[in-house]
Write a protein that binds this ligand. Structure first.
Ligand code: PLP
Length: 361
């Protein structure tokens, strides 16, 4: 089976993890600090705060921003549920804004005024151009689960040049992995403090009242990453440039091979941006038949995503049929083709040949 995505682990990753296992700290030790410093430096943000996964990181960001009941958070309908659930976790309300049919990203020109929060998702790894936003909501949390390593004319995704916080995921299919893992980057000292408190039970230490003493005055969680994971993350981060380069090479190869086939290729990358190609989502007619045919040939394609408003949980959002036409139209046709650094040219050629024979049959 050729999966749609998978991790790339080498001997240096394994050695980094084994080192931690032989040491004194399995969690909350020095590897966490080193990974957070390296990640912050890599994306050009003041702070990086790691979490146990990207969903927890989004929850932390929504809580640190002070979002709660009565606040409306807008996001794209073409994303993973976590982008919307971060509002639900804190009692805020989700609103969906249709995608731009060309970029498959949220259409910022349709974002209304008066929002508490916006969660732009850099879908597939193509950055949302946040300069197109007409009015800045109180809080902007970028969902960059797909886009570590992506670049914009205003710097690396994660530098928070035009946002308050940026969330990353380190799930095995994402640009780098820690097994499970996530992080939030920010330039705000206050938000970084709030994120750290939130991920550790709401604990605030006050050593002047005794070495044992700490206080909890806000609701927190145990959302920490382990040192084992952080060591893997640090080792993976060193290879990020090579991973992104290979993902772009694979994307260019698909574009070249599929140029004359009846498929809609993913949006191209505007000047000044670098795509991280977490996925390569093409659009085809008869998606069900093509999807089943690829799966039957051991090609593990996927659809990103069943839109947020198609899930029963989203009845609370009150989207009516036809409200989000660009998303619904794209969803009918989307298939993500295998894209990950370890995909060989031969494997990719088999994907292309199988797809072509299905398109012709
Ligand atoms: C993967 C992903 C997340 C959540 O990440 P986890 O680490 O799996 O919790 C959030 N948003 C998007 C768009 C994702 O793809």
């Amino acid at each position: 089976m050729i999966p749609y995505g998978r991790q790339s682990i080498d001997e240096t990753d394994i050695a980094a993890v084994v080192d931690v296992l032989r040491g004194d700290w399995l969690t909350q030790g020095p590897a966490i600090d080193r990974f957070e410093e390296a990640l912050a430096e890599r994306v050009g943000a003041r702070h990086a705060v790691t979490f146990s996964n990207g969903t927890a990181a989004l929850h932390g960001a929504a809580a640190a921003a002070g979002l709660g009941p009565g606040d409306v958070l807008a996001t794209s309908p073409l994303t993973f549920m976590a982008s919307a659930n971060c509002a639900r976790y804190v009692g805020a309300t989700v609103e969906l804004v249709d995608i731009d049919a060309a970029t498959l990203n949220i259409d910022l020109t349709q974002v209304r005024s008066g929002l508490a929060a916006l969660v732009p998702v850099h879908y597939a790894g193509l950055p949302v151009d946040l300069r197109a936003l007409v009015e800045r909501p109180r809080v902007i949390i970028e969902d960059a689960a797909h886009s570590l390593g992506a670049l914009t004319p205003y710097g690396p995704v994660g530098n928070c040049a035009l946002s308050d916080m940026t969330e990353f995921s380190f799930h095995p299919v994402k640009p780098i992995t820690t097994g499970e893992g996530g992080a939030v980057t920010t330039n705000s000292d206050e938000l970084a403090d709030a994120l750290r408190t939130f991920r550790t039970h709401g604990i605030v230490r006050t050593p002047e009242r005794g070495g044992w003493y700490y206080e909890i005055s806000t609701l927190g969680f145990n959302y920490r990453m382990t040192d084992i994971q952080a060591a893997l993350g640090l080792s993976q981060l060193r290879k990020l440039d090579a991973f992104i380069a290979r993902r772009n090479e694979i994307a260019e190869r698909y574009r070249d091979r599929l140029a004359d086939d009846p498929v809609i290729l993913p949006p191209t990358t505007p000047d000044g941006f670098t795509h991280s190609y977490h996925i390569f989502p093409i659009r085809v007619e008869q998606r069900r038949r093509i999807f089943d045919g690829l799966r039957a040939n051991d090609i593990g394609v996927q659809v990103h995503y069943v839109p947020i408003h198609h899930h029963p949980i989203s009845a609370d959002i009150g989207v009516k049929p036809g409200d989000l036409p660009a998303c619904d139209r794209a969803y009918e046709q989307l298939i993500s083709l295998p894209t990950y650094p370890g995909l060989s040219d031969q494997e990719q050629d088999r994907v292309v040949a199988t797809l072509r024979s299905l398109l012709e049959s």
